[in-house]
Design a protein around this ligand. Structure first.
Ligand code: C2E
Ligand code: CA
Ligand code: CA
Length: 947
C-alpha cells in the first residue's frame, strides 16, 4: 500500500487508487471520479462502463445522477471539489471512499491554490525587483508584460504613461489581439468629451476600475465616452501613481469573448501588480529622467567644457598673438634698419607658422617696381627687384586679398619659374598700412609634411596687419636716421665752415692784418713754447727786437699808406735775412721781433743782426721817393742761468734795442751781462730818484750860458739837471734821465726844474743880474704833453715868480713832436698863449723834417752839437749848418749852436751867421752859486782873450 502522502501529489492517481479500492469490493460494474481544476470539471479516473455514468459537466450543472448510478459530491469546507459516481456500490464504502477522495482533492486544491499564490508572489517579487533593477523603459515594459502574463491572461494589455507637461498620455506598451495598433496619445485634462477613452476616464478618476461588457456600454453612454472597439467582455484598469501619489499612468487589461474571465484572485493580483508596476514605472521614469537629466547635464557640462577649452585655447592664442604683436611693435621701434626688422619679424613668425621660407615684397608705385627687402628661402638666396608680372605676389597685390595655394599646383597656370624649385604649399597675404597696399608677405613650403591652411592664413594676416604699421614706423625711423645723417652732414659742413672761420679768426687773432706776420700775441706764445722746449733740453734760441728808426717821420710826412708800405717792406726785408724756420712777428707799430732757433753762440746772433741792419741801409721807394729807414736791433740769447720766464727775454731784447737807439740808432746791441747789471742798476736808480724828487737838495739845476755870436754878450742860460747823489756823487742826466723817462718820473722832474729855474730867475732879477733880454732855457720832455695841467701850472709859476713870460724858453726835441704831434701842438699853442717861448732842441739829429718848423711855431732853433763837433772836420756838416741857418733865417728863427768847444768852431759859426753859441768853450754847466758873473760878461770875446 501506498501511503496517503503519495496521493496528494496527483489527484488522478489518488482518484484511480480510490476507484481501485471500490473495485476490490466487487459487484461494482462501473465508477468514475471527477475533479474541479479551478475552471472546469475533468475526469480524474474511471473503470467499468464509465460512459453510462454522468459526466463532470452535467454534475456540476447540478444534474442529479440517475438512481442506480449513485453519485456522491465530493465536498470539503463547504466547497464542491468533485464528484464520485458508481453503479451498484454499497453506500457505506462509497461514503468512505468519497470522504477519502474528497480529502485528497481538498489537499490537491489547497496545494494548487498554494502553488498559484506562490507563483503570484514570485511574480510580484519579480515585478518589484524589476522596479529596483531600473532597466530602460523599453526593456522593462515587455518584461512587465511577460510577468503579467504569468499572473493572468494578459493578451490585451497596455501601459499608458501620463506626461504632466502636456497633461496627456500615450502608450509605451500596447498589445491587443484584435486591434494591434495602439491608440493615439490623448489628453486627460480636460477630457475630450464623447471621444474620451475609458483609459482617460480611468486616469482622471484616479481609482481602479473593473467592468464587464454590459457595464462598459452603460458607463460609456453615461459618461459620454467612446466605447472601446471591438468591445471587450471584460475591462479592467488601474491608475499608476508614484511614491508621492502623483498620477504617472495606467495599466489596462481587456478580455474578449473568446477568453476566460479573470477570476477574482486574478483581478486582485492585477490590481496588486498594478501598484508594483506603478513603482517600477516611477523608478524607471525617475531613472530615465535622472539619466536624461544626467545626460543633459553631462552634455551641458561637456558643452561648457568644450567652450571653456576653446576659450582657453583662444585666449592662449590671443596671448601668443598679443605677445608676438608686442614683440613686433618692439622690433619696429628698436630695429635700426628695415633689414634687421624684417629678419627679426621672420623669427617671430616662425614661432607661429612653419614659415622657413618667407618673403616680404614691397611695391613702389613711383618706380613701378616690386622689391624684396627680405627673402629667406631654402633654395633661393635673394630676389631681384622686378616689374610686376604674373607671379603669385602680383596676384595678391592685384586682388589685395590673401592667396592660399595648397597644394601649390591647385591654381591653374601657376608654375614655378625656370630653375626655381616649385613649393608644395604657398600662402601670401597683403601688407597694408592705413588702407594703402604696401606689398605682400608670403611663405612657402617645399616640404610635403608642411601644408598651409586657413589657420596659418589667419596668423599671417594678423602679423601682416602689424607689419604694415611697423613698416611705416621703421621707414619713418629710417627717414629720421637719414634726416639725422643729413643734419649731421650739415652740422659737419657748418662746423667745417665755422672751423674755417675760426681758423681765420684765430689767424686774425694771431696775425697782423697788414703784413700777415704773426702778431705780438702769437709771438708771445711761440716764445713761451720755444722757452719751454729749451728748458726741456731743446734748442737754444735768440730773440731779436727790431725797431725802425724813422718810421714815424715817414708816417707823418708821407702818410699812412706810405707808412704801411714801409712796414710791409720792412717785414719782407727782415724775412730775407732769416732762415726759413725762424719765427718773425710784427709786435706793433714799427717794432718787429724774431725767434731765431738753434742759436748757440753770440757771434751767430751777431751775423744775423748785422745782416738785418745792413738790409735797411738800402733806401725804400715810397710814393716815388727814396726814403731811408734804418733799423735799431737788440738781441738776446736764451739762457736758463739768467732767465726765469720767456717774457723777460723779449723785455731784454727790447732793452738792447733801446740801447742801440741811445747809441745813435742804426745798429744792434747784444744784451750783455753788463746791460743786465745796468738794468738792475736802473731799477735801483729809479727808487733813489723817486726819493730825490721828494727830498730837497739832491736834484740841482745847473746853468750853462750861451752868448750872442756877434757881440759876445750873455744871451741866456740853459738849465740842466744834475743829481747830487748821496752815494754815487754827481750823476749826469744821461744816466738817470732814461730811468726818469721810463718810470714816468720825468714830468715831476721837469716841474721840479721849471720851478727851480723860475725861482732862480726871480732871484737873479731881484739881484739885478739879468735883464729881460736874457733868456732862460728849460728842457721839457715830451712826456709832459700828456699832462693837461702843465700849461696852467707853468702860468701859475710865472705869475708866482712875477716873471716876464718871454724870458722863459722851453726846449723840446723833435722826438716829442713825432711821438704825440696833436698833444704837442695843443700844448705849444697854449704855451704861446702864455707868452712863453719855444725852442726846437737837437735840430738835425732826429728826422729833421722841415715840416715841423712850419707846423709848430718855434722861436728858437738849437743846432745839435754833433754838427758843431764836425764843423772843422766834415765839409758835409758845414753844408748842413749853413742850410739850417738859411732855413732859420727864412723862418725868422733865432739859432743857438750847441757844443761849441773850440775857437775855430766859434769863428765858423759866427762867420756863418749863427746868432748864439753855447758850449764848453764858453762855460760848462754850473750851479747858480758857482756862476762867475764877471766872467760871464766877457765870454764872447775874441779867442785870444779867453784864458
Ligand atoms: P741838451 O739839451 O742837448 O743839453 C746840452 C748838453 O750838452 C748838456 O749835457 C751839456 O752839458 C752838454 N754840453 C754843453 N756844451 C758842450 C760842449 O761844448 N761839448 C760837449 N761835449 N757837451 C756840451 P747834459 O747836461 O749832460 O744834458 C744832457 C741832456 O739831458 C740834455 O741835452 C737834455 O736833453 C737833457 N737834460 C738835462 N737837464 C734836463 C732837464 O732838466 N730836463 C730835461 N727834460 N732834460 C734835461
Ligand atoms: Ca737842451
Ligand atoms: Ca741840445
Amino acid at each position: 500500500m501506498k501511503s496517503t502522502a503519495e496521493y496528494l501529489d496527483d489527484p488522478e492517481r489518488a482518484a484511480a487508487r480510490a476507484l481501485s479500492l471500490l473495485q476490490g469490493l466487487g459487484g461494482l460494474s462501473a465508477a468514475a471520479a471527477w475533479g474541479w481544476n479551478g475552471t472546469a470539471w475533468r475526469r480524474l479516473a474511471a473503470f467499468g462502463d464509465a460512459d453510462g455514468l454522468p459526466d463532470g459537466e452535467a454534475l456540476s450543472a447540478g444534474t442529479q445522477p440517475s438512481a442506480g448510478a449513485g453519485a456522491q459530491a465530493l465536498r470539503a469546507g463547504g466547497q464542491s471539489l468533485g464528484w464520485l459516481a458508481w453503479r451498484g456500490a454499497p453506500p457505506a464504502q462509497l461514503e468512505t471512499v468519497a470522504a477519502l477522495l474528497a480529502g485528497h482533492l481538498q489537499c490537491e486544491a489547497l496545494r494548487a491554490e498554494q502553488a498559484a499564490a506562490r507563483a503570484a508572489n514570485e511574480t510580484m517579487l519579480e515585478i518589484s525587483l524589476l522596479a529596483g533593477e531600473c532597466p530602460a523603459l523599453e526593456r522593462m515594459l515587455p518584461r512587465l508584460h511577460r510577468l503579467m502574463q504569468r499572473l493572468l491572461d494578459a493578451d490585451n494589455f497596455c501601459i499608458a504613461l501620463y506626461d504632466e507637461d502636456c497633461s496627456a498620455f500615450h502608450f509605451p506598451f500596447y498589445v491587443d489581439r484584435r486591434d494591434p495598433s495602439p491608440p493615439d496619445p490623448e489628453r486627460i485634462f480636460p477630457l475630450a468629451g464623447p471621444h474620451a477613452s475609458l483609459t482617460a476616464w480611468l486616469m482622471r478618476g484616479g481609482a481602479p476600475v473593473v467592468l464587464t461588457g454590459e457595464r462598459i456600454e452603460e458607463l460609456c453612454s453615461k459618461e459620454a465616452l467612446a466605447p472601446p472597439a471591438p468591445l471587450p467582455v471584460f475591462w479592467m484598469g488601474a491608475p499608476l501613481a508614484n511614491a508621492a501619489d502623483e498620477l504617472i499612468g495606467a495599466v489596462v487589461l481587456q478580455v474578449y469573448d473568446d477568453q476566460p474571465m479573470p477570476t477574482s484572485a486574478e483581478q486582485q493580483w492585477f490590481m496588486f501588480a498594478a501598484r508594483h508596476v506603478g513603482f517600477a514605472l516611477d523608478r524607471a521614469l525617475y531613472h530615465g529622467r535622472l539619466e536624461r537629466q544626467v545626460a543633459l547635464r553631462t552634455s551641458e557640462l561637456e558643452g561648457a567644457n568644450a567652450r571653456l577649452r576653446a576659450e582657453v585655447a583662444g585666449r592662449k592664442r590671443a596671448e601668443k598673438f598679443q605677445d608676438v604683436l608686442f614683440r613686433i611693435a618692439e622690433l619696429s621701434n628698436t630695429s635700426l634698419s628695415l633689414e634687421a626688422f624684417l629678419s627679426g619679424l621672420h623669427r617671430l613668425l616662425l614661432e607661429m607658422v612653419a614659415a622657413r621660407n618667407c618673403v616680404v615684397a614691397l611695391y613702389d608705385m613711383g618706380s613701378d617696381l616690386i622689391s624684396f627687402p627680405y627673402c629667406a628661402d631654402e633654395y633661393a638666396s635673394s630676389l631681384r627687384a622686378r616689374k610686376p608680372g604674373k607671379g603669385l605676389i602680383e596676384q595678391v597685390l592685384h586682388s589685395g586679398r590673401p592667396l592660399l595655394l595648397d597644394p601649390y599646383g591647385s591654381l591653374p597656370g601657376v608654375t614655378a619659374e625656370e630653375g626655381e624649385m616649385p613649393p608644395k604649399s604657398w600662402l601670401g597675404v597683403p601688407l597694408y598700412c592705413d588702407h594703402e597696399l604696401l606689398g605682400v608677405l608670403a611663405v612657402q613650403s617645399y616640404d610635403g609634411e608642411v601644408v598651409y591652411g586657413y589657420r596659418d592664413q589667419e596668423v599671417l594676416e594678423f602679423v601682416a596687419n602689424h607689419i604694415g604699421a611697423a613698416l611705416a614706423r621703421v621707414r619713418a625711423l629710417e627717414s629720421l636716421q637719414q634726416a639725422y645723417a643729413d643734419l649731421e652732414q650739415r652740422v659737419r659742413e657748418r662746423t667745417s665752415e665755422l672751423d674755417a672761420v675760426n681758423a681765420q679768426l684765430e689767424f686774425d687773432s694771431l696775425h697782423d692784418p697788414l703784413t700777415k706776420l704773426p702778431n705780438r700775441n702769437y709771438f708771445s706764445k711761440a716764445l713761451r713754447r720755444a722757452w719751454d722746449a729749451y728748458l726741456d733740453g731743446g734748442d737754444r734760441f735768440a730773440v731779436v727786437f727790431i725797431d725802425l728808426d724813422r718810421f714815424k717821420l715817414v708816417n707823418d710826412t708821407l702818410g699812412h699808406l706810405a707808412g704801411d708800405h714801409l712796414l710791409f717792406e720792412a717785414g719782407a726785408r727782415i724775412r730775407t735775412c732769416l732762415r726759413h724756420y725762424d719765427f718773425l712777428a710784427r709786435l706793433g707799430g714799427d717794432e718787429f721781433a724774431v725767434l731765431m732757433f738753434g742759436m748757440d753762440a753770440v757771434d751767430e746772433c751777431e751775423i744775423i743782426a748785422r745782416r738785418i741792419v745792413s738790409e735797411f741801409e738800402r733806401p725804400v721807394i715810397l710814393a716815388g721817393r727814396e726814403v731811408f729807414s734804418t733799423a735799431s736791433v737788440g738781441v738776446v740769447l736764451a739762457d736758463r742761468a739768467h732767465y726765469r720766464q720767456a717774457d723777460d727775454l723779449l723785455r731784454d731784447a727790447d732793452h738792447a734795442m733801446y740801447c742801440t737807439k741811445q747809441q745813435g740808432r742804426q745798429g744792434y746791441t747784444l744784451f750783455s751781462h753788463q746791460l743786465r747789471i745796468d738794468q738792475a742798476d736802473q731799477l735801483a736808480l729809479e727808487t733813489e730818484l723817486r726819493r730825490a724828487l721828494e727830498e730837497e737838495g739832491q736834484l740841482l739845476p745847473y746853468y750853462q750860458p750861451f752868448i750872442s755870436a756877434a757881440t759876445g754878450e750873455l744871451a741866456g742860460f740853459e738849465t740842466l739837471v744834475r743829481w747830487q747823489h748821496p752815494q754815487r756823487g754827481l750823476v749826469s742826466p744821461g744816466v738817470f734821465l732814461p730811468v726818469a723817462e721810463e718810470s714816468g718820473l720825468i714830468t715831476r722832474l721837469d716841474r721840479y726844474m721849471i720851478n727851480a729855474a723860475c725861482a732862480q730867475l726871480r732871484a737873479w732879477r731881484a739881484e739885478g743880474r739879468v735883464d729881460e733880454d736874457c733868456a732862460l732855457h728849460i728842457n721839457l720832455s715830451s712826456a709832459n704833453f700828456r699832462d693837461p695841467d702843465l700849461v696852467g701850472w707853468i702860468g701859475e709859476r710865472i705869475a708866482h715868480y712875477q716873471l716876464p713870460p718871454a724870458m722863459l724858453h722851453l726846449e723840446i726835441t723833435e722826438s716829442a713832436l713825432i711821438d704825440q704831434p696833436e698833444a704837442a701842438a695843443t700844448a705849444m699853442q697854449a704855451l704861446h698863449g702864455l707868452g712863453v717861448r719855444l725852442a726846437l732842441d737837437d735840430f738835425g739829429t732826429g728826422y729833421s723834417a722841415l715840416s715841423y718848423l712850419h707846423r709848430y711855431r718855434f722861436d728858437v732853433l738849437k743846432i745839435d752839437q754833433s754838427f758843431v763837433f764836425d764843423l772843422d772836420r766834415k765839409q758835409e756838416s758845414v753844408a748842413i749848418v749853413r742850410a739850417i741857418l738859411a732855413l732859420a733865417r727864412a723862418l725868422d728863427l733865432e739859432v743857438v749852436a750847441e757844443g761849441v768847444e773850440t775857437a775855430s768852431q766859434q769863428a765858423m759859426l759866427k762867420e756863418m751867421g749863427c746868432g748864439m753859441l753855447q758850449g764848453f768853450y764858453f762855460a760848462k754847466p754850473a750851479p747858480a752859486w758857482a756862476l762867475d758873473w764877471d766872467k760871464l760878461a766877457g765870454l764872447g770875446r775874441e779867442p785870444d782873450r779867453v784864458a
